[in-house]
Design a protein around this ligand. Structure first.
Ligand SMILES: NC(=O)c1ccc[n+]([C@@H]2O[C@H](COP(=O)([O-])OP(=O)(O)OC[C@H]3O[C@@H](n4cnc5c(N)ncnc54)[C@H](OP(=O)(O)O)[C@@H]3O)[C@@H](O)[C@H]2O)c1
Length: 268
């Protein structure tokens, strides 16, 4: 479907591009001809990822915490200096932890909202002001999660990602005058580095959870990246304001309460 030069001459920023889903997106964008910039907080693994990605094309990396506006401004200045423009922003950076709502204190709630909702908005607004609005062109892809029926066991990220999804619908309209397209990709459970961060009891649950997915497996990072590349490409030039679920129909048919049941077994 994708030609090797699909993103030739395009400059792409992938937040959280040092690992997992973001790394795969950066790799595929490079293979398809883009110049890619990745950012994340941890400098050493970020630079290691940059070194590995060099094999595939023109890659730059700069540490940046999406919660810190001054660091995003520095990243924008870096991209301007290196490339003079930005064509595609993939808001992939994020994280959360499993919890029951009644045990989620303000610190935990605010941390996830600040990272996944506020950070995504700061990055989007700053890159739009520096690049997309003056250029009168741009594509933004927001990685959210499967929140179709809420997110039992992760109330904070469900709320944050619903905020991003609604922001996406708003900006698809507000910024349409500048030829900016903005969409979400909503992965189900994806076998990536992100899953390693979950406690053992939840890791143990994963084998059963795989069978419960209508397609009988978890997603692969490539599944998510393929959807991102499609939405970022000219093949999707009339698509804006949507969420594309990449989840084997998990959002329609899945035991959403399996995670809170496990959490209850060791949190209460
Ligand atoms: N794996 C899944 O099943 C799944 C399903 C649905 C959605 N997602 C979402 O997809 C995205 C990628 O997930 P993944 O599985 O690839 O997990 P991952 O390997 O943990 O990737 C998250 C990336 O985001 C970066 N990051 C986190 N907070 C940041 C911040 N404040 N500023 C800058 N970078 C930050 C991390 O790097 P640093 O630590 O260096 O900052 C890391 O590179 C996440 O938003 C995740 O929530 C994952």
């Amino acid at each position: 479907m994708f030609k090797e030069n699909t993103f030739q001459g395009k400059v792409v920023l992938v937040t959280g591009g040092r690992s997992g889903i973001g790394y795969q997106i950066a790799k595929d964008m490079l293979i398809l001809g883009a110049k890619v910039v990745i950012c994340s907080r941890k400098k050493i693994p970020l630079l290691e990822a940059k070194d590995q990605l060099k094999t595939y094309g023109d890659i730059e990396a700069m540490p940046c915490d999406i919660r810190k506006e001054e660091e995003i401004e520095q990243l924008a200045a870096f991209i301007k200096k290196q490339h003079g423009r930005l064509d595609i922003l993939v808001n992939n950076a994020g994280g959360q932890f499993p919890t029951l709502a009644e045990y989620t204190n303000n610190k935990g709630w605010n941390a996830v909202i600040n990272n996944n909702l506020n950070g995504t908005f700061y990055m989007t607004r700053i890159m739009a002001n520096h690049f997309f609005l003056p250029q009168k062109s741009g594509v933004i892809i927001n990685i959210i999660v499967d929140i179709y029926r809420g997110f039992p066991g992760m109330v904070h990220t469900g709320a944050a990602r619903a905020g991003v999804e609604n922001m996406t619908k708003t900006l698809a309209q507000e910024w349409s005058h500048a030829n900016i397209r903005i969409n979400c990709v909503a992965p189900g459970t994806i076998e990536s580095s992100g899953l390693d961060t979950y406690p053992q009891a939840i890791q143990d649950m994963f084998e059963e959870a795989k069978k419960a997915n209508p397609l009988g497996r978890f997603g692969r990072v490539e599944d998510v990246s393929n959807a991102v590349c499609f939405l970022a490409s000219p093949l999707a030039s009339y698509i804006t304001g949507i969420s594309l679920y990449v989840d084997g129909a998990q959002h329609l048919n899945y035991d959403n309460m399996a995670l809170p049941r496990i959490l209850k077994s060791f949190m209460t």
